[in-house]
Design a protein around this ligand. Structure first.
Ligand code: NAD
Length: 471
C-alpha cells in the first residue's frame, strides 16, 4: 500500500496530492525532509489535474478549434467542408492529457523519494496519521509535521440534489457522453463561463442563471461587461438577479424553478450544471478530535505561517480559503516547505493572477477599479485595444483591451486587467511587475518584441501618461 515507505515515520505527512500538496511534497523533499503524501483517489494531482483546470482547458482548446473551423477558417482562406464533432475522440484526448500529467506527478514523487500512500488520511493525534486504504485496511504513520491540503468540493444548493446525470457538478460536465441540447448553468462564475463556452461551442443551447446582476463578480466590472458581450455573441444567454430555487427531473428532463425579484419562473433543460462556488473539503480528517479550529464557513484557520491553532498541524490551498486557485495553493506549498526548513517563505497575495479561459480570455492581477475606489486610492488609468495591436490582427483575434491602473502620485502599478487573446499567458508580465514594485513607466520603457500581444501592455502603460503611440 505504501510505495517507497520502508518505515512509517516521516518529517512531513501531507494529506492531499493536489497542486498545493504535491508541489509542497517535492519542495520539502528537495530541502531534505522525509516526506509522505496521502491521497484517497487512484491518481495524483487532485481536482486541478483530474477534474478541474487541466481537463477543462483541454476541452476549451478542443472546442475552440471546432468552433473556429466552423466559423473563422473561411475568413483565413481555408475551405473545410463537413466539419463534424467526434466527442468520444475529444474526450479521449482530454483523458490522455490528464493521465500523462498525473503520471508525471507520480514520476516526480519517485524521483524525489516521496512516499505516495493511497488511502484516506485521518489525523488521530499531533504527529499521527491513520490511513484507510481502499481495501479497508488501516495503517498508522508518525511524523514531525502534518499538512492538510485536501482542497475543496462543489457547493450543493438546496433543491438541487446532484444525480451525476441530469443535475451535475463540473466533474461530470467535463465528461458528458453527448452534447446536451439544452444546458442550464447555475452561476456565472469561472466554471459557469468556461464550461458554458465549451458546450455552447459544441452545440448546446446554454442559459446561465446568476444570482447577482453581472458575471464573474470578483473581476473588474468594465472588463466583465465586455466579456459578457463576447459570450452573448457566442450564444450564451444570461438571466441576472435570478436565484435558482429547485430542480426536478422527469423522464430525463430537468425543470428548474427560479426567482427573479418578486417574480418566479421555470426553465427546462436536459442537463443542469450547478457552479455556485466550492467549499473546503475536510470530511473524515478528524479535525474536531485533533482540536483544529475551523472558520464559521468551514475553512481551516491558519496564521501567517500556515499553522493551525494546533502546533505541528498546518494547512494550505483551497481548504484555508482566499482565492481558490491552483497556483495560489502551489505557492503556499512552496512557502510552507521553506518555512518548515527554517528559511523565509511567503506568498504575495496582491500579485496572484486570476484567469477566465473564455474567448477572449479575461486575466487580472492586483486591484480592480472598484477595489481602488472603495479604498479611496487615487489612480490613473491607461487602456489599449487589441484592435490596434499588429499580432492580434494577424491572429484574427482583436476583441478586448489591456487596462492598467497606476497610483496617481507614485505611478506604481496597482492593477492590470486584460481581455483578449492569450490574456492568461501575458498577464504574467503584470504579476512580475507588481512583484517587483514596478511603475507604469517601467513597463512603458521596457522593450517589447514586435509584433507581439504584450505590446498592448506596453501601450496601455504608455497610455497611463497619455502617450500611447498606436492609439
Ligand atoms: P464562483 O465563485 O466563481 O462563481 C459562483 C457564481 O454563482 C457567483 O457569481 C454567484 O453569485 C453565483 N450563485 C451563487 N448561488 C447562486 C444561486 N442559487 N443561483 C444563481 N447563482 C448563484 O464559483 P465557481 O464558478 O463554481 O468556481 C469555484 C471555484 O473554482 C472558484 O473559486 C474559482 O476560482 C475556481 N475555479 C477557477 C478557475 C480558473 O482559475 N480559471 C476555473 C474553474 C474554477
Amino acid at each position: 500500500m505504501a510505495e517507497n515507505a520502508s518505515d512509517t515515520s516521516y518529517d512531513l505527512i501531507i494529506i492531499g496530492s493536489g497542486p498545493g500538496g504535491y508541489v509542497m511534497a517535492i519542495r520539502a523533499a528537495q530541502l531534505g525532509m522525509k516526506v509522505a503524501c496521502v491521497e484517497k483517489d487512484p491518481t495524483l494531482g487532485g481536482t486541478c489535474l483530474n477534474w478541474g483546470c487541466i481537463p477543462s482547458k483541454t476541452l476549451l482548446d478542443s472546442s475552440e478549434h471546432f468552433h473556429l473551423a466552423k466559423t473563422r477558417f473561411a475568413h483565413h482562406g481555408i475551405k473545410v467542408a463537413g466539419v463534424e464533432l467526434d466527442l468520444p475522440t475529444m474526450m479521449k484526448r482530454k483523458d490522455e492529457v490528464v493521465s500523462g500529467l498525473t503520471k508525471g506527478v507520480a514520476f516526480l514523487f519517485k524521483k524525489n523519494k516521496i512516499a505516495s500512500i493511497r488511502g484516506t488520511g485521518e489525523i488521530t493525534a499531533v504527529g499521527q496519521v491513520s490511513v484507510t486504504a481502499p481495501d479497508g485496511s488501516k495503517s498508522s504513520l508518525t511524523t514531525k509535521n502534518i499538512v492538510i491540503a485536501t482542497g475543496s468540493a462543489s457547493v450543493q444548493i438546496p433543491g438541487f440534489a446532484f444525480d451525476g446525470k441530469n443535475i451535475i457538478t463540473s466533474t461530470e460536465a467535463i465528461a458528458l457522453p453527448a452534447v446536451p441540447k439544452r444546458l442550464v448553468i447555475i452561476g456565472a462564475g469561472v466554471i459557469g463561463l468556461e464550461l458554458g463556452s465549451v458546450w455552447r461551442r459544441l452545440g448546446s443551447e446554454v442559459t446561465v442563471l446568476e444570482f447577482l446582476d453581472r458575471i464573474a463578480p470578483a473581476m473588474d466590472r468594465e472588463m466583465t461587461s465586455l466579456l459578457q458581450r463576447s459570450l452573448e455573441k457566442l450564444g450564451l444567454k444570461f438571466q441576472f438577479t435570478t436565484a435558482a430555487t429547485s430542480a426536478k427531473v422527469t423522464d430525463n428532463e430537468v425543470t428548474i424553478d427560479f426567482k427573479q425579484g418578486d417574480k418566479t419562473g421555470q426553465i427546462k433543460a436536459d442537463v443542469v450544471l450547478v457552479a455556485v462556488g466550492r467549499r473546503p473539503f475536510t470530511t473524515g480528517l478528524g479535525l474536531e478530535k485533533a482540536g483544529v479550529k475551523l472558520s464559521p464557513r468551514g475553512f481551516v484557520e491558519v496564521d501567517a505561517h500556515y499553522q493551525t491553532n494546533v502546533p505541528g498541524i498546518y494547512a494550505i490551498g483551497d481548504v484555508i480559503g482566499g482565492l481558490m486557485l491552483a497556483h495560489k495553493a502551489e505557492d503556499e506549498g512552496v512557502a510552507l516547505a521553506e518555512l518548515l526548513a527554517g528559511h523565509a517563505g511567503h506568498v504575495n497575495y496582491n500579485a496572484v493572477p486570476g484567469v477566465i479561459y473564455t474567448d477572449p480570455e479575461l486575466a487580472s492581477v492586483g486591484k480592480t477599479e472598484e477595489e481602488l475606489k472603495a479604498a479611496g486610492v487615487q489612480y490613473k488609468v491607461g487602456k489599449f485595444p487589441f484592435a490596434a495591436n499588429g499580432r492580434a490582427k494577424a491572429m484574427d483575434s482583436t476583441e478586448g483591451l489591456v487596462k492598467i491602473l497606476a497610483d496617481a502620485a507614485t505611478d506604481r502599478l496597482l492593477g492590470m486587467h486584460i481581455l483578449g487573446p492569450r490574456a492568461s499567458d501575458i498577464i504574467t508580465e503584470g504579476a512580475v511587475a507588481i512583484e517587483f514594485g514596478a511603475s507604469a513607466e517601467d513597463l512603458a520603457r521596457s522593450v517589447h518584441a514586435h509584433p507581439t500581444l504584450p505590446e498592448a501592455i506596453k501601450e496601455a502603460a504608455m497610455a497611463v501618461a497619455g502617450r500611447a503611440i498606436h492609439a
